[in-house]
Design a protein around this ligand. Structure first.
Ligand SMILES: [Zn+2]
Length: 223
């Protein structure tokens, strides 16, 4: 029998390879975590271990204060931020952090990515907002993520002068948001080189987002 925690270890380990595949990370930067459903626990990447060496076995199991419950390495240095999100947003089951290039270019200027593409209205339902400048070491990053995204449609925040944090109902959804965030940050950046991108009217953003979030894709009954 494979335990739910073992399945999550594999899922989180595998999802780190998606960060590599989509060019969202360099060296050992970036991390994925997942909440253990029904328990005050999370699974996260070990700190400083190269992506090629990540395995289900070396993922770290922590409590929601970021203390290690099981694991040989120390957890990602961003564990406190992930744990803060899980403590304050019970609907969140996955968190991703990257320093992906184009999103960071917006974060470095402290500028939100405006909602100027239908794909953005679908996925983000709004601009991708900027969170506060925050230093690692206490709850400031986690608090900045929660304060910016609570009540916001966007599952992604650009932490000022730093990088991207994305949230999802599970770790896969959070990775998807990280991939989409970099994609739209890149396209809108390129658009900006040639002029001012044209905003989409709020009513149309609302309609697109509603349709995408409720109608688009395979419905469970059709699977
Ligand atoms: Zn970072």
């Amino acid at each position: 029998m494979t335990s739910p925690i073992d399945l999550l270890r594999r899922q989180v380990s595998d999802l780190h390879q998606e960060l590599v595949r989509y060019n969202l990370v360099v060296w050992t930067a970036g991390n994925v975590s997942a909440r253990v459903p029904g328990e005050d626990l999370l699974v996260i990447k070990p700190s400083g271990v190269p992506y090629d060496e990540l395995t289900p076995e070396n993922m770290i199991l922590c409590d929601l204060d970021g203390k290690v419950v099981e694991g040989e390495h120390s957890p990602s240095s961003d564990t406190a931020a992930h744990a803060y999100v899980y403590r304050h947003l019970p609907e969140v089951g996955g968190v991703v952090h990257t320093h992906s290039t184009y999103a960071c270019a917006w974060a470095a200027r402290g500028e939100a990515v405006p909602c100027v593409l239908t794909a953005m209205a679908d996925e983000f339902g709004a601009e991708i907002p900027v969170g506060p400048f925050a230093l690692i070491g206490d709850d400031s990053i986690g608090r900045g993520i929660v304060e910016t995204l609570q009540g916001h449609r966007s599952p992604a925040v650009l932490m000022k002068n730093h990088g991207v944090f994305t949230l999802g109902k599970d770790a896969t959804a959070a990775v998807k948001a990280a991939v989409m965030c970099e994609d739209v940050a890149r396209t809108v950046h390129i658009s900006r080189q040639l002029g001012e991108p044209v905003p989409i009217a709020q009513g149309d953003v609302d309609r697109l987002n509603h349709r995408y979030q409720t109608v688009y894709g395979q419905q469970p009954a059709a699977r």
